[in-house]
Design a protein around this ligand. Structure first.
Ligand code: GLA
Length: 401
């Protein structure tokens, strides 16, 4: 066993194995259970909200009937706590039989029959974060099990593992997933084991990778993550592009913790970040305004821009952060003016074209993103003045004339 692992590590390192599954050419879109439904396994007292196949099927139904699927939300992803406490007699993982009576292959068939894809969660360590069986020492058999079940997306965590081992374990898991011949998105939490992750290696192995803390249902956590991206911590923006994406974690739009303005901020910033869009919300019971944000075609188009260039914070003017992302067609820029301060009245700000990097000699047509309305033109010598709401965003595109 040890011998096999050593040989594999040597092979993978010396052949420069790299992920080449052709997936995630734009940031993956879908739903993920964790932030909203956590490890709620109490189906006796909380039958409608516990993690079980019925919940997952209902979300898939809503993704189809309520128009999410038609807009590109495709992956229905289960997170931790789906597992039985023991592997089967052959050493394979099995789903909790009471909560997943159809088994994962039955659930995958259902999800596929809706034209959607199924994602699952495991952990590189000996146990998942919620203490269900982990994949360490079973990487090959688990990759094959996922393929046999018809899984389309694997989120792989780092709890209960040695950080040194993860640096070998993630590429090896990526190798085994590829070996199955079934295309599966590989979503990694690998960077979280180190303060200075090797993003070149991560990008070579994973289609998306978590970059910071778990999202929580609060403005504090959302603004923390935005600041992390604003500082371009570890130069992470350079690694995003077709096939591999920085993952700031789930969208919490539609839950309990954000105001409407703050929900707009998350949607706009995830578009600027070229971030995966994984909704974690109860789609059976979502406010119409939140649903409309998740389904805003103009924002989705920016998020899914085929060039896949991650946007950055360029500067800060009167406490307003100026974020830009180059998008297609060539020369177009998405601009987010972000007010992270939650005090009282809107902030009136004047930002020059130069501060936004808008240098096209003929100038630009400006269009507000959320409502798609034209808002005027701007030459490289001019400035733009606007009011930005507290903990809010003003989001527009500049199209070269
Ligand atoms: C970790 C991950 C989360 C989630 C939980 C599940 O905290 O970062 O995204 O998967 O584990 O236990």
């Amino acid at each position: 066993m040890i011998c096999t692992v050593i040989i594999l590590v040597v092979c993978i390192c010396s052949t420069g194995y790299a992920l080449n599954n052709g997936l995630a050419l734009t940031p993956p879109m879908g739903w993920l259970h964790w932030e909203r439904f956590r490890c709620n396994t109490d189906c006796v007292n909380d039958p409608d909200f516990c993690v079980r196949e019925q919940l997952i099927m209902q979300m898939a139904d809503r993704m189809v009937s309520d128009g999410y699927k038609d807009l590109g939300y495709e992956y229905v992803n289960i997170d931790d706590c789906w597992l039985a406490r023991e592997r089967d007699a052959q050493g394979r993982l099995q789903a909790d039989p009471d909560r997943f009576p159809s088994g994962m292959s039955g659930l995958a068939k259902y999800i596929h029959s809706k034209g959607l894809k199924l994602g699952i969660y495991e952990d590189f360590g000996t146990e998942t974060c919620a203490k269900y069986p982990g994949s360490e020492f079973y990487l090959s058999v688990d990759a094959q099990t996922f393929a046999d079940w018809g899984i389309d997306y694997v989120k792989f965590d780092v709890c209960n593992s040695d950080s040194g081992d993860s640096n070998f374990g993630f590429p090896i898991m990526g190798f085994f997933l590829n070996q199955t011949g079934r295309p599966m998105i590989f979503s990694c939490e690998w960077p979280l084991v180190s303060a200075k992750p090797n993003f070149t290696a991560v990008r070579d192995t994973c289609n998306l990778w978590r970059t910071s803390h778990d999202m929580e249902d609060s403005w504090e956590m959302l603004s923390y993550v935005i600041e992390f991206y604003g500082n371009d911590t570890n130069g992470l923006s350079a690694y995003a592009g077709p096939g591999g994406w920085n993952d700031p974690d789930e969208l919490i739009i539609g839950n309990f913790g954000l105001s409407y303005e703050q929900e707009r901020v998350q949607m706009a910033m995830w578009a600027i970040f070229a971030a995966p869009l994984l909704m974690s919300v109860d789609l059976r019971d979502i406010r119409p305004a939140s649903k409309a944000l998740l389904q805003n075609k103009n924002v989705l188009r920016i998020n899914q821009d085929p060039m896949g260039i991650q946007g950055k914070r360029r500067t800060i003017v009167s406490n307003i952060e100026v974020w830009t992302r180059p998008i297609s067609p060539e020369g177009t820029v998405a601009v987010a003016l972000l007010n992270v301060v939650g005090k009282g009245m809107p902030t009136r700000v004047t930002v020059s074209a130069k501060q936004m990097g808008l240098s096209n000699t003929n100038g630009y047509n400006l269009t507000e993103v959320f409502d798609g309305q034209p808002i005027g033109t701007l030459t490289p010598q001019e400035s733009y003045t606007v009011k930005v709401n507290p903990s809010g965003v003003y989001f527009f595109t500049a199209n070269p004339l």
